[in-house]
Design a protein around this ligand. Structure first.
Ligand SMILES: C[S@@+](CC[C@H](N)C(=O)[O-])C[C@H]1O[C@@H](n2cnc3c(N)ncnc32)[C@H](O)[C@@H]1O
Length: 245
């Protein structure tokens, strides 16, 4: 992962305000898997108990991680962007059980022997890294029975595999470019099973009915099996989508 990608996400960070002080229910922390405020499932997607450990891949400014800390979990967040992590440290300075690391999520996973009770990524590094590298790394760092979940936009029909995302840097500069990986839900399920996950689901959550926007949210969830980490590379095809590494 290049420094260029870190600066791309720094550019993204300056366009994003901090999370609201409270949500519509008046709560100071909450978990949001979707791109819509006050919408979708919450932390129950990850069946965690107080004291359990969880890793946020591409934690950004740390709002979801802070909620899990408030519920009693020990949370590690990793993010490429120094600016995103600065926002997390400013906003959640009083969350002692949140450990933040700056760097590439794949690099972090390669450099640690820690296993977690759950790993998740909300529009985060799991979307922006090759799943052929990310899924085996996640599998290797989850305890057997541990849950992995990621959310992201659904694919554009016909646009599968590695796609380009453009991050605006204002009218006088070229946009920053980052890569993301898009597949239909069935293909995500096939990939996760290939890498040793079970109880796999991938669902598009609909947009809120009262919102003008209609794009849903792809929520992927899987459980780590009890076998040894896999290194196999996915070579199958589902729904005619070739998986290119
Ligand atoms: C769209 S933001 C989402 C942030 C946060 N998860 C949220 O829900 O607000 C994507 C985040 O993923 C981080 N990211 C992207 N690729 C990454 C990688 N390879 N390793 C670590 N972080 C990454 C970016 O720096 C950015 O903070």
């Amino acid at each position: 992962m290049s420094e260029t990608e870190g600066s791309a996400w720094d550019a993204y960070s300056v366009t994003k305000p901090q999370r609201r002080q409270t949500n519509s229910r008046g709560e100071k922390t909450w978990f949001n898997w979707t791109q819509y405020a006050d919408h979708g499932p919450g932390a129950e997607v990850l069946p965690l108990k107080p004291g359990e450990t969880v890793l946020d891949l591409g934690c950004g400014s740390g709002g979801n991680a802070a909620h899990l800390v408030a519920l009693g979990m020990e949370v590690t967040g990793v993010d490429l962007s120094a600016k995103q992590l600065r926002k997390a440290r400013d906003r959640w300075a009083d969350a002692p059980d949140m450990e933040l690391h700056q760097g590439d999520a794949l690099g972090y996973l390669a450099g640690t022997h820690t296993t977690f009770d759950a790993i998740y990524s909300v529009f985060g590094a799991a979307w922006f890294c090759d799943p052929g590298l990310m899924l085996p790394a996640v599998h290797a760092h989850l305890r057997p029975g541990g849950v992995f979940a990621q959310s992201q936009r659904p694919p554009v029909e016909g646009c599968y595999g590695c796609q380009a995302s453009y991050i605006s840097r204002g009218p006088d500069e070229d946009p920053a470019i980052v890569k993301r990986w898009d597949y239909e839900p069935d293909t995500w399920c096939a990939l996760l099973k290939e890498y040793g996950f079970v109880d796999v689901t991938a669902t598009v959550l609909p947009a809120p009915e009262d919102d003008k926007r209609t794009m849903g949210t792809l929520l992927i969830r899987a459980v780590r099996d009890s076998e040894q980490p896999r290194t196999a590379i996915f070579t199958g095809a589902a729904q005619g989508q070739r998986y290119d590494r």
